[in-house]
Design a protein around this ligand. Structure first.
Ligand code: SER
Length: 316
């Protein structure tokens, strides 16, 4: 990767990935794009352009103007919002991806886009879900993700576009909160623990999903994009995970730092149904074998870091 265009650069992943990529590849070599502008490092520390990914020519012109050789396509709606606005989700998630893939094909760019644990469904084996298995998701988001995985494979096989991707679990970070996801509780709980000493979880006790701290997610993207292509048997949609956890596991980890922390439940049927249709835990051995994926943060190490970083953020 030398000159990278990032879509959805002000979102949960983009706002940290852009900063990290600029540290590695140089500020001018990472072009951040989004549909809005804000006062942030992403906008202020390097090239930034307003681009709507559903406008293919705007995306193409921006990529051409900066002579990019890599596209990291992050602009998308998450699972719970996509259930509320399924037609909009289809148009944005699939239309945006098609446009970004076409720009990559026309300008001969390397390409990354994330898939998700949402690409699995109720008929998928739930525990240690294999890399290659049944994928019959029951959410609009999941349908978008499976179609996206297949499209990326297609662009590689048919046109030789160097497409790569992972299936992210729930991502947790202290920088930019996610919006409209099913796994967002795992971020909210840390904010509420510090602000109120209490959290009401919309996901039920005993509901396990895979999770990952953002630094591991960012390293995974960079490591996969830099990986020797001859080692990659899968290329797209690698299962990756750092740990599997239920709401009570987060509460117990937080209590080691805030002993009086309390949690109760007010389950949201929509997000609970989505969570129950997803795996409890993924088998990520293909990612470990093919490109050396190895997360650093387990639940306890992440909790310690998350709470200390959020405390600093609150004081700022
Ligand atoms: N974190 C995402 C969501 O909950 C899953 O990819 O929608």
């Amino acid at each position: 990767m030398k000159k990278i265009l990032v879509t959805g650069a002000l979102g949960q992943i983009g706002s940290e990935l852009v900063v990290k990529c600029r540290e590695i590849y140089g500020n001018d070599n990472v072009i951040a794009t989004d549909i809005r502008r804000n006062a942030s490092r992403v906008v202020e520390e390097g090239p930034f352009e307003i681009v709507d990914v559903t406008d293919e020519s705007a995306l193409f012109e921006t990529a051409k103007k900066y002579k990019v050789d890599t596209i990291i396509h992050l602009a998308a709606l998450l699972s719970a919002t996509a259930e509320k606005k399924p037609v909009f989700a289809w148009n944005l998630n699939m239309g945006g991806l098609m446009n970004a893939l076409e720009v990559a094909r026309n300008l001969n760019c390397q390409f990354f886009t994330p898939s998700s644990i949402g690409a699995f469904g109720p008929t998928t084996p739930k525990d240690q879900t294999p890399q290659d298995t049944i994928q019959r998701p029951t959410t609009m988001y999941g349908i978008n993700k499976v179609a996206g995985e297949l499209l990326c494979d297609y662009y590689y096989k048919k046109f030789g576009v160097d497409t790569r991707g992972v299936r992210f679990p729930g991502l947790i970070s202290y920088v930019t909160p996610p919006g409209g996801g099913t796994t967002d509780y795992a971020v909210d709980i840390y904010y509420k623990a510090l602000e109120e000493g209490h959290y009401t979880s919309y996901i039920a006790e005993g509901t396990y999903m895979d999770m990952m701290y953002m630094p591991d997610a960012l390293s995974a993207i960079i490591q996969l994009m830099e990986a020797d292509p001859s080692e990659l048997k899968h290329r797209n949609a690698f299962n990756i995970t750092a740990f599997s956890a239920a709401p009570e596991d987060f509460a117990n980890a937080i209590r080691r730092h805030i002993p009086d922390f309390t949690m109760d439940y007010d389950v949201d049927p929509v997000r609970q149904a989505i969570a129950e249709s997803w795996p409890n835990s993924l088998d990520d051995s293909a990612a470990r074998e093919e490109w050396g994926f190895k997360p650093e943060f387990d639940l306890d190490k992440m909790t310690e870091d998350m709470l200390s970083k959020l405390k600093v953020k609150k004081m700022a």
